[in-house]
Design a protein around this ligand. Structure first.
Ligand code: ADP
Ligand code: MG
Length: 346
């Protein structure tokens, strides 16, 4: 078909399918690129003592946040955490930040300052330095994009591709809180949940943590095979580890760490806490693997830290796929229910 012909443009149907195709387009291999498209950050061999990590995340109004339920400060905070969490997933130390914003006419200078206050609050504990960005007007809502660099010791970054059959799967913190918090915001459910639980879940949604110290500790111990941060939900992010490591996985449903608040939320609204934990996005916890032979040592070492890590399953051969084992011992395929852009409602 000649250019300028009437061929109908095909809509994008799969975020991850598109990324895979973009990966094939990536620039010619560069000797300095240790890792390009496909992991939580790119890894660049910048010196013999330190490699640089680079990540970027875009937040779009109406897709990632709703100004009716989130303050500008909270939006800025979450945007920074999304990037910090990718550095955490590689076991790195965050360094420099660039911020680009497209501002609609409805947005005031004060609100933009609030957005930045949130970003700075999230990144201040790591002494991240804001070094640049870009500013534009927007005709369709607020857009916020952060690019963050970090550093890691050469060859030590935690990758999605390092899982081996038999490895134990671990997760930090608790799962599903952010999703439960989001549900509370978008419904009137908050009123019937004890106030302390509601506050906890809303805080976990608006002010999540990036597990930087945990990621750095995992690198230092040298015990983690693969790692990813949980931004899209456990099932989806586990799938990335499995695809990139060429393995399968079995999750023990009864072992998923679920907070008392999330349990109470699920009980109050007759939802399955396990489903919320499996599907809930934006927990920003770390999912990582530990070789079975190192499990006892890992458990001993982690007890000496303030970190909360739970074994939630095992890496299996690829042919077994991703499975969920119930407490009664039955297994079933793990449904792909995590967040993906462009997916049509079924
Ligand atoms: P995360 O959820 O950890 O931020 P993503 O799923 O967004 O990771 O991205 C996975 C990989 O694809 C990353 O390496 C990211 O840099 C890359 N990627 C995502 N979108 C694009 C794009 N439009 N062009 C090039 N690379 C992209
Ligand atoms: Mg990530």
């Amino acid at each position: 078909m000649p250019s300028g012909g009437s061929r109908r443009a095909r809509p994008v149907r799969s975020e991850f399918g598109l990324i895979r195709r973009l990966q094939a387009r990536a620039a010619k291999p560069d000797r300095q690129v240790a890792l390009g498209i496909g992991d939580d950050t790119a890894v660049i061999k910048t010196s013999s003592t330190e490699w640089t990590l680079i990540t970027t995340d875009l937040l779009a109004e109406g897709v990632h946040f709703d100004l009716a339920t989130s303050s500008y400060e909270d939006i800025g905070y979450r945007a920074a955490i999304a990037n910090l969490s990718d550095i955490a997933a590689m076991g790195g130390t965050p360094r420099f930040m660039l911020v680009s914003i497209a501002i609609p006419s409805t947005c005031s200078t004060t609100e933009i300052h609030q957005l930045y206050r949130g970003m700075m609050q999230a990144s201040a504990p790591y002494r991240v330095c804001l070094v640049g960005g870009d500013t534009s007007a927007s005709k369709h809502g607020l857009f916020l994009s952060i690019t963050l660099t970090g550093v890691v010791r050469p060859g030590r970054a935690l990758l999605r591709s390092g899982a081996k059959v038999g490895d134990r799967l671990y997760v930090t913190g608790t799962l599903g809180d952010s999703r439960a918090g989001l549900d509370l915001l978008s419904s009137r459910r908050r009123r019937t949940l004890p106030a302390a639980h509601a506050r906890f879940l809303l805080a976990r949604h608006h002010r999540p943590s990036a597990r930087i110290a945990e990621g750095q500790w995992l690198v230092k111990q040298g015990l983690a095979g693969a790692a990813i941060d949980l931004s899209d939900g456990l099932t989806g992010d586990l799938r990335h580890i499995c695809e990139d490591s060429d393995v399968g996985a079995e999750i023990l449903g009864g072992s998923l760490p679920i907070s008392a608040a999330c349990q109470a939320y699920a009980a109050a609204y007759r939802l399955s806490p396990q489903e919320i934990a499996l599907q809930g996005g934006e927990d920003y916890e770390l999912l990582f693997t530990v070789p079975a032979g190192q499990q006892a040592r890992f458990e001993r070492l982690v007890k000496k830290t303030p970190f909360h890590c739970t074994c939630i399953g095992t890496i299996t051969p690829k042919r077994s796929g991703l499975r969920l084992r119930t407490e009664q011992g039955t297994t079933s395929p793990l449904p792909l229910t995590s967040y993906e852009h462009f997916r049509r409602p079924s």
